[in-house]
Design a protein around this ligand. Structure first.
Ligand code: AMP
Length: 115
């Protein structure tokens, strides 16, 4: 396994506020939240970026990640008012941690265009 900060969270070597866990996926609160609800949903296997996805191989993971995003949006009561899902990819995309992660953001009015 690689050793991004998210790998350490998956291996429970460093703490995180975990809100969901399955065999394939982990979800935990972002340490520097940009909205009242800010949760990261990650696959447990190492996939650095969304551009590294092979949908034939990883499609089941993306399906599960979006299912969990919808479930957590309901659990955290942001589903009705709306929320934002973001995959940052690479340096121009603003990705800092090279372990695929979906941001679930909600609980406030989002702006467009993003910064
Ligand atoms: P990105 O810029 O898309 O790569 O997002 C990485 C996110 O990971 C940022 O929103 C960080 O605040 C968050 N983050 C970094 N370290 C941790 C950590 N130890 N626990 C929870 N979230 C983290």
């Amino acid at each position: 396994m690689g050793d991004t900060i998210f790998s350490k969270i998956i291996r429970k070597e460093i703490p995180a506020d975990i809100v969901f866990e399955s065999e394939n996926v982990l979800a935990f609160k972002d340490i520097n939240p940009q909205a009242p609800v800010h949760i990261l949903i990650i696959p447990k296997i190492e996939i650095p970026r969304i551009s590294d996805l092979d949908m034939k191989e990883h499609g089941y993971l993306i399906t599960e990640i979006f299912d969990i995003a919808n479930k957590l949006a309901k659990d955290f009561q942001i589903s009705e008012d709306g929320f934002r899902l973001v995959f940052n990819c690479g340096s121009n995309g603003g990705q800092e941690v090279e372990h695929l992660h979906l941001h679930l953001l909600g609980g406030r009015q989002m702006k467009w265009p993003p910064g």
